[in-house]
Design a protein around this ligand. Structure first.
Ligand code: NDP
Length: 398
């Protein structure tokens, strides 16, 4: 059906390649490219699919990307490198007539912003070129937006309150490790909290607001209000929302490590001079922390991510609705060699590319996932390893 180029050979890239290989009728040709080609070769070797080609590319460099795209002529690029590379890859897509999908919004290297403005600015160029760009197609952002679109389409006349709840009740046995790229993860969780209420953004100190929330099959876990990028597009695309918030669970041990890392300056994203060489402390820290892609082996427990929504149902009555997926780290590892957080990101990225190649999510311009029809995507979630469950009219605790 189509040719896909995957950029990035980390934890998420590993899952994307595995899932693309499991769907050979859709992804008839596959190329995996990243900064370190040996990592691409190791992933392909583990899968044992001789159809998959590998390549080296520095995705910060548009000329290198253009050369790669012209050589392989993919229909769509799945960008699972880092958020710093989003714009260069989008530029190369425009130069070569290639469609685009990613799982995280563009981030400037020296500012932690988590805003879509840079990528939304590509709207006219993608539309005029007749190309589709699908933004934020992991789990959160990604499935969180698709769940919300599904709820709006099938259950609600008016959605009023949205809480995205993200619990990782897994144990990887390390004193401290992050579940995806440490640099991006630490930037995300140490920034100020922010949520949307009555048309305004309300700011909080980091981790200031927290409460125990009960997760299916897991129980109660302390959950912290943090800012997450999909809130920006969801409140724009669902203007009836009076309030939208994002909650994530953290263990006490994780928070203590994080506080120390911040207090000693290791979370800094601005360059410092060390022995005459410019280094960025958080990038150095990444080099000494466990590789998230390697955590899978002994990872036990599961993740539970979902949307809790309150509003007026299609029948005109008050409705509370909870839709979620639970994902076992161990089962994800057995299937792909990667842990649950990489799995819950990589599977939706593959499904998004499948939606595009099937012509179901194809329209010129730059779009967040909730702007497409959620139904065919939801159907694939059940088939591709991330089944979802719905609960109606239960206390949402929020
Ligand atoms: P990793 O750090 O494990 O992997 C990133 C990969 O990108 C590495 O292979 C790295 O190469 C490669 N890379 C980095 N810079 C470049 C470059 N300049 N050129 C080419 N390749 C490059 O990250 P993850 O796999 O954990 O995360 C991947 C993406 O997924 C991130 O953007 C992250 O924010 C996003 N994410 C999204 C989630 C969601 O639910 N939406 C959840 C989790 C992650 P090398 O091996 O040489 O370092």
């Amino acid at each position: 059906m189509g040719k896909v180029l995957i950029i990035g050979a980390g934890g998420v890239g590993t899952v994307v390649v595995n899932k693309v290989a499991q769907n050979p009728d859709i992804f008839t040709e596959v190329v995996l490219a990243s900064r370190t080609k040996s990592k691409c070769d190791a992933i392909v070797e583990a899968i044992g699919d001789k159809r998959i080609k590998t390549a080296q590319v520095d995705a910060d460099n548009v000329d290198e990307l253009v050369k790669l795209f012209n050589e392989h002529k993919p229909d769509i690029v799945i960008n699972v490198a880092l958020p710093y590379q989003d714009l260069t890859i989008m530029d190369a897509c425009l130069a070569c007539g290639v469609n685009y999908l990613d799982t995280a919004n563009y981030e400037p290297v020296d500012e932690a912003k988590f805003e879509y403005k840079w990528q939304w600015a590509y709207q006219d160029r993608f539309r005029e070129a007749g190309l589709t760009a699908i933004l934020g197609c992991g789990f959160d952002p990604g499935v969180s937006g698709i769940y919300t679109a599904y709820a709006a389409k099938h259950h609600f006349k008016e959605m009023q309150y949205l809480d995205i709840v993200d619990c990782n009740a897994g144990d990887h046995g390390k004193a401290f490790a992050t579940n995806f790229n440490p640099e991006i993860n630490i930037r995300e969780v140490t920034q100020k909290g922010k949520y949307f209420e009555n048309g305004k953004w309300i700011y909080t100190e980091p981790h200031e607001i927290h409460k125990p929330l009960t997760y299916p099959n897991i129980g109660a876990k302390e959950s912290y209000l943090i800012y997450h990028e999909e809130l920006e597009s969801l409140v724009k695309n669902f203007p009836t929302l009076k309030r939208a918030r994002f909650w994530m669970t953290f263990g006490q041990e994780y928070l203590t490590h994080l506080r120390v890392i911040q207090n000693i300056g290791m979370a800094r994203i601005d360059p410092i001079i060390y022995n005459g060489v410019e280094i960025v402390p958080i990038q150095f820290l990444k080099a000494v922390l466990p590789d998230p892609g390697e955590l899978g082996q002994n990872y036990t427990g599961e993740t539970s991510i979902g949307c809790r929504i309150r509003g007026i149902g299609k029948d005109g009555k008050e409705l509370t609705y909870y839709i979620y997926n639970n994902c076992s780290h161990h089962e994800a590892f057995l299937e792909t060699g990667a842990q649950g957080v990489s799995y819950t990101t990589g599977v939706p990225a593959m499904i998004g590319a499948m939606m595009f190649l099937k012509g179901l999510w194809k329209k010129p311009g730059v779009f967040n996932v909730e702007e497409f029809d959620p139904d065919p995507f939801m159907e694939q979630l059940n088939k591709q390893g991330l089944p979802w469950h719905e609960v109606f009219n239960q206390d949402l605790e929020l």
